[in-house]
Design a protein around this ligand. Structure first.
Ligand code: NCD
Ligand code: ZN
Length: 349
């Protein structure tokens, strides 16, 4: 199948750019094609104040250098007992802080300072609702008695649903939705939307676990069953405005992916857009790709779509692509999605 599509320059509503040499190595992949990028605050020292967010934003723009034209990092603050309400409000008013990110403590990479229960922060969330500050949620239970593959559903039922009932005007994003339960939750709550990753759209737990566990597909929330994947694909390719692209691009050095304990996170900033385009093309829904990648998220967060255009071309013939990147520290990172991307070229004319 050969085709060419033009979409407004897309946004990435969930991305980890890290810091230092890793930031230098990865930022260009995001800055080269995306307009807005919602920057996750889970650095090893969490981004928990407006001042830290502003400094981090500057480091991102410096690292992007020439590639930063038309690229705008949107900063988030890490929700913990250390978050100061006044500082958040000041950061939001001055336009530096766009949202707050909640992590259940221990659910994922650099989440140890997260919360025990989301309802513990209800007063903060009421204030955020009053000021129109969105809450971005890593919706995954950390209760080890619950099956790993049921933890998104459990969190939604026991924590996020009560929160949405108690603060109905709060704008909430279920980040990296991974199950049909998550899709249903979004459809049933009017102020709730979801970001969706290339990997949860294109892989299932059989890919993760057979013929053996693949650390390169290990992320949180865990990639779930084929019916879950299909439910996400169906709602996303329908063009439903409550679902938008958040790559959750999360680079880790191979030394930490292939060691004793694989770190959770998949680096997909390089080829994630191609992986998603391939899904829409295969489902015969390419006409809805632009809603998912370029306009739904912008509308949810109150932005106009970009006036710049991105062109994606698919060809039957495959081109050869890099499968890893190297940092100046000598680390390697595997690039997710090379098979799909080898059919596509992407340009910002
Ligand atoms: C992310 C990371 O590495 O920072 N990892 C992941 O598996 N997705 C954190 C997160 O978003 O859960
Ligand atoms: Zn993430």
């Amino acid at each position: 199948m050969d085709l060419t599509i033009r979409i407004p320059r897309p946004d990435d509503w969930h991305v980890h750019l890290r810091d230092g040499a890793m930031l230098e190595a990865v930022v260009g992949y995001t800055a080269n094609r995306f307009r807005y990028a919602m920057i996750m605050p889970n650095l090893s020292h969490p981004v928990a104040t407006t001042e830290l967010a502003e400094h981090y934003r500057q480091r991102i723009l410096n690292a992007a250098g020439d590639q930063s034209a038309g690229f705008h990092p949107l900063m988030t603050l890490y929700c913990s007992s250390n978050l100061e309400q006044d500082d958040l409000l000041k950061g939001h008013e001055t336009g530096i802080v766009k949202a707050v990110k909640y992590y259940p403590a221990g659910a994922t990479t650099n989440s140890s300072q997260g919360g025990e229960n989301i309802l513990d922060f209800i007063e903060l969330f009421e204030t955020m609702a009053d000021h129109g500050i969105p809450l971005l949620v890593h919706a995954e239970s950390t209760n080890t008695e619950i099956d790993l593959f049921d933890r998104e559903a459990a969190f939604l039922e026991t924590e996020l649903h009560p929160l949405c009932e108690q603060v109905p005007t709060l704008q909430v994003t279920v980040e990296h939705v991974s199950t049909s339960a998550g899709v249903d939750f979004v459809l049933e709550h009017s102020r709730v939307a979801a970001s969706v990753t290339p990997h949860h759209l294109s892989r299932n737990k059989s890919d993760l676990l057979t013929p053996e566990f693949d650390p390169d597909l290990f992320c949180k929330p865990i990639i779930n069953s084929e019916p879950d994947r299909q439910a996400i694909v169906d709602v996303v390719t329908s063009g439903n405005p409550s679902f938008f692209l958040g790559t959750d691009s999360a680079p880790h050095p191979t030394s930490e992916k292939y060691g004793e304990q694989a770190k959770a996170g998949i680096f997909n900033a390089a080829y994630g857009l191609e992986v998603v385009a391939e899904i829409f093309a295969k489902e015969n829904k390419i006409e809805n790709f632009s809603a998912f990648a370029s306009t739904n998220g912008a509308a949810f967060y109150g932005y106009e779509p970009s006036e710049d255009e991105l062109v994606l071309t698919r060809k039957q013939v495959e081109v050869e692509l890099a499968s890893t990147l190297s940092t100046s520290d000598g680390d390697q990172v595997v690039l997710f999605g090379i098979d799909e991307a080898s059919h596509w070229t992407v340009s910002l004319p």
